[in-house]
Ligand binder design. Structure first.
Ligand code: HEC
Ligand code: HEC
Length: 130
């Protein structure tokens, strides 16, 4: 009987510890489906800056504001549909570079930049079709 109680206590303790770890870890995990998960904050920021420049937009074009603190942006959220459109464009751009301009094999294909958003967009969110 006593042994059984010890087990229950131990199991509850383990459950609380793993829940606690999950709660601490969850907000830090990035919601990346195209870019490498191990990307540095610096690299991520510099890539995002190129999107602003290439499309002539602000970060809010693809990212929604936080519900609780509307002064801040919720970068992990996928609530802004434009973010998924942008992912499609990122996949296309990576494919073009990987298939046609993959000269430097030391660089991961996600970071090749022979063809970039700017190549087509030139500061326009919706490049005109000619
Ligand atoms: C053209 C659309 C677009 C613009 C503009 C844009 N982003 Fe993003 N951002 C994305 C997409 C798409 C992802 C997710 C990439 C993926 O899935 O690999 C992302 C991901 C992020 C993430 C990672 C969030 C996480 O999951 O942890 C951060 C941080 C971020 N963007 C910051 C910015 C900042 C800061 C700006 C403005 C300087 C900006 N973004 C402008 C499309 C955009
Ligand atoms: C090969 C040319 C080309 C490249 C490279 C390119 N785009 Fe686009 N993009 C377009 C065209 C053309 C449209 C307009 C499509 C339309 O109006 O239906 C567009 C539209 C968009 C849109 C508006 C939503 C949509 O799907 O129509 C977003 C957001 C976007 N691009 C983001 C990006 C980002 C971010 C990059 C770089 C990772 C990028 N694009 C690279 C040609 C390109």
């Amino acid at each position: 009987m006593q042994n059984k109680n010890k087990w229950v206590v131990t199991l509850c303790f383990m459950a609380f510890v793993s829940l606690g770890v999950a709660a601490v870890k969850a907000p830090q995990e990035r919601n990346l489906k195209v870019l490498p998960k191990d990307i540095s904050d610096q690299k991520l920021d510099s890539i995002m800056e190129t999107y602003n420049k290439a499309l002539g937009v602000k970060c809010e074009f693809c990212h929604v504001k936080q519900k609780v603190y509307p002064g801040n942006i919720d970068y992990r959220s996928d609530a802004e549909p434009m973010k998924e459109n942008a992912r499609e464009m990122m996949r296309m751009t990576i494919e073009i570079n990987k298939n046609h301009f993959y000269f430097n094999k030391d660089t991961p294909p996600e970071y090749l930049n022979t063809i970039t958003c700017m190549t087509c967009h030139r500061g326009e969110p919706f490049p005109p079709e000619h």
